[in-house]
Structures are given as structure tokens and as C-alpha cells.
Design a protein around this ligand. Sequence first.
Ligand code: GLP
Length: 260
Amino acid sequence: MEVVIGQSAEELALYAASMVRDVVRSKDHPVLGLATGSSPLPLYTELIRAHRDEGVTFAHVSAVTLDEYVGLPPDHPQSYHEVIRQEFTRHVDIDDARVFSPDGDPARAMDAGERYEKVLTELGGVDVQILGIGTDGHIAFNEPGSSLQSRTRIKTLTDQTRSDNARFFGSLDEVPIHALTQGLGTILDARRVALMATGQAKAQAIAAMVEGPMSASCPASVLQWHPHVTVCVDEAAASLLEHAGYYRTSFERKPSWQKW
Ligand code: GLP
């Protein structure tokens, strides 16, 4: 894994944005994998700025989200379909019809995973997948105990995840219990991965992911198996990494770091 320790969320966002820019510029039909949560927000802000101020276009881009709550209609303010629209896609020139999410309607949820996998295959796979990480080491909604080869399916959310996400809802009771999520095997299929994490609350999960054993107890640790992952963290999220000095050096030497 490439570990980049930045001074601020904004600096990390610039770094991740340069990865997205490379893909958007170099491919005819790029596919972006988008994540919800607060960690990627500075990246989306930077991409929106680049679109507005520098004319960076997303008109040829398709986007796929990682996961969706089961039981929230797509236009519910906390459905991930709507969150991604509000936080990013409605501010750029990406076609709404090219933004795909798992179908969280309970009436169709049983085969929604399989249908979503087909969408991903038809698009030709994800070029760059943005990720956050949960405090329990989950990525997307792959909670501890998830199969390292899993594909898109329904998962039951842990109490920890529901209480972490309760801040977006009126109360804990309103947080859905189930979600559809890309599997760990699905995420590993992305050609490139950029994981963003800031703050002390993520330090333990980041240490387990980067330096711990690969294990279903920390689902994000499966990314050790991926050939092209960049972990973008601030000092606080990196604070429990044993080899932090080494990673920082590699960041300072990185010749491709630039604002775009
Ligand atoms: C949710 C999402 C994850 C995200 C996580 C962390 O559980 N399903 O994709 O990584 O939240 O969110 P945050 O970045 O707000 O800490």
C-alpha cells in the first residue's frame, strides 16, 4: 500500500483529486467509484472547484456508489443515492442517468446485489474507487466477519456502525438495520483505490488495515491484497502506525504531488 500522510484533509483531497483527474483525462469512458461518509467530502469539494474554475469535465464519466441502505427511497435525503447527488454529482456535468447505486427497495432487495454486479460488469469495472473506513474497519458496509471474496449483497449493520451513522438521522431508531453493499471481492476488482481517513477516531482501524494481519476482523485489511491502493491519512489517523516515519518520507519524495 502507498500511505500518504498529509497535513490536512484539504491537502489529502488535492492528492486524491489528482488520481481522479488522471483517470478522467486519460480514458474515453471512465468509471468512478464514489463513497459516502464525511471523509471524501473535501475531495468532492476539490473536484467541484476544478469543474467550476478550470473547466474539468465529467460529461463522459459514469459513477457507481458503493452501498445503499435497504428501505430508504432513492430520494430520501439520507439514501446514499441522494447523498452522492447532493454532495457531488449535481454540482458537475455528469449525466444523472450515468450514476448507478444498488437498489435498496426491500421488495427487490433479494436479487439487487446480483443486478448491481451486472451493472458493474457492463460498465467495464471501476477505474478509481474512493473509499472511507468505519471505526470498526469496515469499507462500504462490509462489517467485521465479511468474506474477503464477497460480492454485492445485503449486510446487517453493526450497532457501532448504526450509532456512528445516527448523526445523519433524527435518532438511532431511524438508521436502517440493513444495507446493500459491494463486497470486498467487488471492491478488489477496482483498478485503483484511494482510501481517505482523518482524525484520531480512525487511527486504530488504519493501523489494523495497513499493518495488521489480513483478516475478516478488519475488512479493510483485504486491501493489502490489492496491487494499487493509496491510503490518504492525516497525522491523527496515522498516529498508531508503527512505520509512520517511513510513509511520511515517501510522501515528501513523491514527485507527482501537485495541485491541478
Ligand atoms: C459509512 C459508509 C462507508 C464510510 C463510513 C465512514 O458506514 N458506508 O462507506 O466509509 O461510513 O464514514 P465517515 O467518513 O463519515 O467516517
